[in-house]
Design a protein around this ligand. Structure first.
Ligand code: MLT
Ligand code: MN
Ligand code: ZN
Length: 308
């Protein structure tokens, strides 16, 4: 199984269009200690020829052009991208579906709740239903992934509920948890059906309850929510009013953070993705980067490739 991190950034990317914070300023200036990041997506393939996107970001068009293995070939209209699965209905995970609208067969996977959001938004009708099938994922069940015509892709996908919330643009302020239900935010376990190799991809997760920790223990690879280093990072920087937890993301630092709460887990490789532009770990010369790396984590970047 091959995995390419297409975008290791969170919503907004790095730099973010309207942000002149010290991090964004450094990356715009071409500082060699920081890499720009596009928004949150990875590509996975069992055969190296046909690819599944986990999340479709607003930067997808650029991500495809930057990744020759995702280019069409042999003349005419075609694409190595055969399926897309989304972990939630956030803009950074679904807007890229609109980029895939040029009459190309495709299978789109999501929980019934997330597919319902796409269904309710008429703009996604640009994905011609005669060519683009929408296939539900049932929580905690392995679904063999196929192309639109049913041809197996050699991968299976299991969606499982993780602590989180409904997409920002669907929040209902008056309801408990803003109207969130379990199927609004999921993690993925993707498995190569021939070799049994598997990886977890969890770009949004608000906390680590014991059952989730047990699920992740022993995994060969984990790509995990690295949105912010500290919970109140955006507030401290004067760039926002919400904590990471309020946005559905657990921070890295602190007793409840991902560094401490996963320290006792056995995981082959652990890599942060969905990294917000405010996170100091984006600076390769920061103390936070040293802390994260000495805790055994890697910092994801666009174009990062992993073989399992
Ligand atoms: C998130 O990860 O919290 C969302 O991407 C926020 C957003 O929609 O900008
Ligand atoms: Mn996001
Ligand atoms: Zn910034």
């Amino acid at each position: 199984m091959q995995i390419i991190v297409l975008g290791a950034g969170a919503g907004g990317g790095f730099p973010q269009w309207n942000c002149d914070c010290p991090n964004c300023r450094r990356v715009r200036a071409g500082d060699p200690s920081v890499r720009p990041l596009t928004q949150s997506s990875v590509a996975v393939s069992a055969d190296g020829q046909r690819w599944v996107l986990l999340n479709a970001s607003p930067d997808l068009r650029r991500q495809i052009e930057q990744t020759p293995r995702l280019h069409p070939s042999g003349g005419g209209r075609n694409s190595p991208i055969r399926a897309v699965a989304t972990t939630n209905a956030d803009v950074d995970h679904t807007a890229g579906l609109l980029t895939l609208r040029e009459a190309q067969p495709l299978a789109v996977y999501g929980t019934r709740r997330v597919l319902g959001v796409l269904e309710a938004n008429a703009m996604f009708n640009v994905l011609d239903r005669t060519l683009v099938s929408r296939k539900p994922l049932v929580l905690d069940e392995d679904t063999p992934l196929t192309e639109q015509d049913g041809t197996p892709l050699g991968l299976s996908l299991q969606a499982f509920a993780v602590p989180g919330k409904v997409a920002l643009w669907l929040e209902q302020p008056d309801l408990p948890a803003f109207g969130s239900v379990a199927e609004d935010t999921v993690g993925f376990r993707i498995t190569d059906t021939a070799t049994g190799a598997y990886a977890f991809y969890i770009p949004g997760c608000a906390s680590l309850p014991p059952d989730l920790a047990a699920r992740l223990d022993g995994a060969p690879l984990l790509l995990f929510d690295g949105t912010t280093y500290s919970d109140d990072e955006m507030i401290q920087a004067g760039l926002g009013t919400k904590t990471a937890t309020r946005m559905g993301h657990m921070s890295l630092a602190g007793a409840e953070g991902s560094l401490a709460s996963m320290a006792g887990l056995t995981i082959g490789r652990r890599i942060y993705v969905h990294i917000n532009n405010t996170n100091p770990l984006l600076l390769s010369d920061s103390i936070e980067r040293r802390i994260v790396e000495s805790a055994g984590w890697e910092v994801g970047h666009d174009g990062m490739e992993i073989r399992l």
